[in-house]
Design a protein around this ligand. Structure first.
Ligand code: SDX
Length: 453
């Protein structure tokens, strides 16, 4: 019998089981708490709550350690290619040469989209955000790939995983081509995964396209570094939505939307915007540091801080080194990279950031490399999604293969009105009673024209 935690509630003592993870991290198992005590726990933002047991990724936020299926991210980043890491995350082991070739072939054969899907892109306005396009068209795969929707059927699960890994780069690139008014470039299956994506993004039907091997190497590295990160917001979303037994495409579409937020994957685009603004304002780093520290200013230093890492994000270290290497080959100095390094240096000496253990995270330097690859800013989070896809798939599959899988349905602490009698409309006032109401109804009628498109 392992450790227990004792809980005393209203003079009654309860014992809760303490479970110990592979690396000795300990959790209090509250899965029977409500049945035992009639109480639940409350933890806004789940900063103290584990939502799953998982064997996929281990993170030690204090030490700045990240491992995929036990392998250090530094080793995988140096020695693998992205599909090898995708196989590792999904199936739990590094593939043999035969397994890897079969995996590549299974993906290579599925990179095309149904021709009917091209009309979906044509319906988007030119200024549609690529993340909105990505989640919309990924969800549309649940319309065109009807023979791979059942998450309880292993064959359909496999088919859906291969299709998503194969088609998401095509969807991303087609979305970009649509936004710049260029012809879609169809995948070329003699190319490898990263070569194919760069080809679909930047080739033109009228020109021979030269694939830059340094760009392929940098993209491969970035996709590996973004491939998984435990129960982050978007992965938890894929698990939550997937727990209802909806198909993989729709669960991942939900994850894409969660990733889009500036506090999550959208931080890479927001960080470049911040660096560009600093450069445009003459490199006034102090102003941005002061704003970030001002409790009355909602501004945050984008690409800084992390819920788990209270040390330097190991991915940021690797990305910074790659940015340094890539940019050193470019003749002109890169003002954004210079400002980013200065900003990091100033922040890491400032007590506000030191006391709160705020360090650069994966999003701080990644945009510098995406720009160097010619990726437009509004596509940065799409690249994050392409990298994170194997992680989403791995967690979705792990959840469905778990014997304890059940629909995710958190409880709540109700703080609204007690029971109250109906009030006829003639007796209602615009000022609701003060004692409980949390949300004030909007004053006046919501402005709008005669009709909206
Ligand atoms: C990703 O979860 C993952 O694993 C995510 C990710 C992954 O791979 O999936 O690693 C990818 O999303 C990286 C994070 C990208 N987001 C950003 O860079 C946005 C800027 N960062 C912050 O918004 C913030 O650090 C978060 C959202 C990342 C973490 O937020 P938390 O854990 O809720 O921390 P918090 O907001 O409670 O901050 C604690 C304190 C607060 O100050 P006090 O109230 O104690 O005075 O630190 C401050 C915050 O104001 N703070 C910052 C800050 N981040 C935290 N102050 C200024 N600038 C920042 N960036």
């Amino acid at each position: 019998m392992g450790d227990t935690a004792k809980l005393i509630l209203q003079d009654q003592e309860y014992e809760l089981h303490v479970r110990v993870g592979t690396e000795g991290n300990r959790v209090i198992d509250i899965s029977k708490l409500y049945a035992m005590t009639g109480h639940i726990t409350l933890d806004d933002g789940f900063a103290n709550t584990g939502g799953a047991t998982s064997a996929i990724t281990y993170i030690d936020g204090e030490q700045g350690i990240l491992r995929y299926r036990g392998y250090r991210i530094e080793e995988l980043a140096e020695r693998c290619d992205f599909l090898e890491v995708a196989f590792l995350l999904i199936y739990g082991e590094l593939p043999t040469a035969e397994q890897l070739e079969e995996f590549r072939q299974g993906i290579r054969r599925r990179t095309l989209l149904h021709e009917g899907m091209k009309d979906i892109f044509r319906g988007f306005p030119p200024d549609a955000h690529p993340m909105a396009i990505l989640s919309s068209v990924v969800n549309a795969l649940s319309i065109y790939c009807k023979d791979s929707l059942d998450p309880l059927d292993e064959n359909q699960r496999q088919l859906a995983m291969y299709r998503l890994l194969a088609k998401m780069p095509t969807i991303a690139a087609f979305g970009y081509k649509q936004s710049v008014g260029q012809a879609f470039m169809y995948p070329q299956n003699h190319l490898d995964y990263c070569q194919n994506f760069l080809y679909m993004m930047f080739a033109l039907p009228s020109e021979r396209y030269h694939i830059n091997p340094e760009h392929v190497e940098a993209l491969n590295l970035l996709l590996i570094l973004h491939a998984d990160h435990g129960q982050n917001c978007s992965t938890s979303t894929v698990r939550m939505v997937g727990s209802s037994n909806v198909n993989l495409f729709s669960a991942v579409a939900a994850g894409i939307n969660a990733l889009w937020g500036q506090l999550h994957g959208g931080a890479n685009e927001a960080c470049i915007n911040m660096l560009e603004q600093i450069v445009a304002e003459g490199g006034n780093i102090g102003k941005f540091i002061d704003r970030a520290k001002d409790p009355n200013d909602p501004f945050r230093l984008m690409g800084f801080g992390h819920r788990i890492y209270k040390n330097y994000d190991p991915r940021a270290k690797i990305i910074k080194a790659m940015a340094d290497r890539l940019l050193s080959k470019q003749a002109a100095t890169n003002p954004l990279f210079q400002v980013a390094q200065e900003l990091e240096e100033v922040a890491l000496k400032d007590p506000y950031f030191v006391d709160r253990k705020l360090y650069p995270n994966v999003d701080f330097y990644s945009g510098i490399i995406y720009r160097a690859l010619g990726i437009p800013k509004n596509m940065f989070t799409v690249l994050f999604a392409l990298g994170r896809l194997p992680g989403w798939i791995a967690h979705w599959r792990e959840m469905h293969m778990s014997s304890s899988k059940r629909i995710h349905r958190p409880r709540q602490l109700y703080i609204g009105y007690p029971e109250r009698p109906y009030v006829p409309i003639v007796k209602r006032s615009t000022e609701p009673p003060k004692e409980v109401s949390i949300q004030r109804p909007p004053q006046g009628v919501f402005p709008g024209g005669e009709f909206e498109l």
